[in-house]
Design a protein around this ligand. Sequence first.
Ligand code: ARG
Length: 633
Amino acid sequence: MTTAAPISIDPLETLDARFRAAIAAAFPDLPAEGIETHIAANRQPKLGDFQSNAAMPLAKRLGKNPREVAGAIIERLDLSGVAEPVTAEAIAGPGFINIRLLGDAMAASLTRLDTEQLGIEPPEHPMMVVVDLCGVNLAKQMHVGHLRSTVIGDAVARLYERLGHTVVRQNHVGDWGLPIAMVVQKLVELEQGGRDLSDLSLDELNALYRAAQAECKAEKAALALINKVGGHPKAEAELEARIEDAGAQTERAKQRLVKLQSGDPESVAAWQRVYDITMGACLATCARLHAHISEDASAGESSYRDELAGVIDDLTRRGIAEEDDGALVVRVDGLKEPCIVRKRDGGYLYATTDLAAIRRRAGTLGGERVVYCVDARQALHFKQVFGAAHKAGYDRTPDGKTAELFHAAFGNVLGEDNKPLKTRSGENIKLADLIDEAIERARSELNRRIEFAPKFPKDYPEQIIDTAEREQIADAVAIAALKYADLSTERIKDYVFSFDRMLAFEGETGPYLLYALVRTKSIFRKAADAGVNPDDFADAPLLLEEPAERALALTLLRHPGVVRAAGENHEPNRLCAHAYALAGAFSTFFDQCPVLKAETDGTRLSRLRLCALTARALEDALNTLGIPTVERM
Ligand code: ARG
């Protein structure tokens, strides 16, 4: 026997440690890093709560018989205080080891979980974490891609906060460079033409932006065409005229950028107008999404404009950047494409700004971790930038630590045709329109349900749900649906956007979880009516006898471990799955175990305490994901 590892709240953690020790003792020649315990929930609860499949791969590695390996493990396995001792009979098939937890041990762990923080201890090393999220671009509407950078980014930030770390959110707004100067130029021209710009809308700005872009594109496309095919004299003359026009517009934009850079009041005022209109709309949408992203988080590309020349100087002086075909680049080990930091024409790039951003985030803000919640298509960009920043030492914190830089990449939102979600005419879908439609649909579903209320007067007290409350519920249901659908898929995967699926009140959806929480809480109102108050069951001894009680307890005990794993891996989907598992375990428990009508006082109070823990864990999961909840629906 080995010395038993201490007992964690999460039985999976304890079992993992105990199995690890047993395997190490049974096979002392194995390198410790190579040990895998392969413990998971038992698919056949009759056989046990968990199962370890460690013996099979180990046997293969050691060239031994798997049942013998399993036997050697259990001989040294100390599960005291956690689970029933494992006997030879518990080895099934080729070497699966079945584990049944002790009811008393589960109850003791649940009691430890029942703290203010639901068993989530403050971190041993609290970190400063910078989360890059949202990332809208000036003069553009937020589109469906920003749903993910906003919703995932906010969830990642909330997870770190929940774990007790300090978080700084950074909205890396695309608010600088030639494209923005083009819009600013257009605005100045409009104003000079006598147009009153005080009521300019984001839609109008967007149109100006597209017009400006089209001019620039026309220039490039025409040039390429002429170079490639030549053409008859008239066509060529026409094209040249177009190029000249576009070229002139680009030239004006370049000059505008120079003016902006030097603080010319007219240019700055026009830029500020573009900024205010875009950010006003952006922050309003973030608020509707219940994402904690405010003006404080805004750290746009423009905020680095005065640092870029310094970055280039520094990189050149220290020999980190080198000339390459007229451009300035930083070569990164393992990457074929270097990180370009200055173009041949002397212009800076997206990457130059991101290098300055890393320097600020690690060096000034003290970020020990910087997490970028950005589209997977920017993977190469971040590899280059992270590599270049490291080479330059820009990832160093003030106390000399090297910050960990993560690209928490996400996939696309697809339409039902499996292609990136667009409107029928092929345009990007505005995020605000998407939210409007979700609310509209949630509202009509709620109304439909309330219409059927006479059949279920207890569930839908029509006269109580007044219009204002109904609006508020429709809002929460819609946002929960949108966010849960986005957060519950594995981050890196694409997902198909479907209002019907995400808004369903049954199945793995946001509305179902809100409903589950409401149902959990409704018991306390009934209990209060029956004269039982929270104080009566707050410290009640937990009795875990029925299979459904055990199953619910097991799911609850996973709570701190899941929150930690979801946070550390930047995988909100893990917490989504846990919330859904909690709702499911609760629903089975509620079907099978009478609460207020339980046979004894002890059982009633124990079950009420289980309900209270479930409600708190479920609410904690939803809050940590940034999903709004309601008191009834
Ligand atoms: N504005 C960028 C875009 O729309 C996203 C910014 C991501 N963050 C960053 N630090 N590069 O693609």
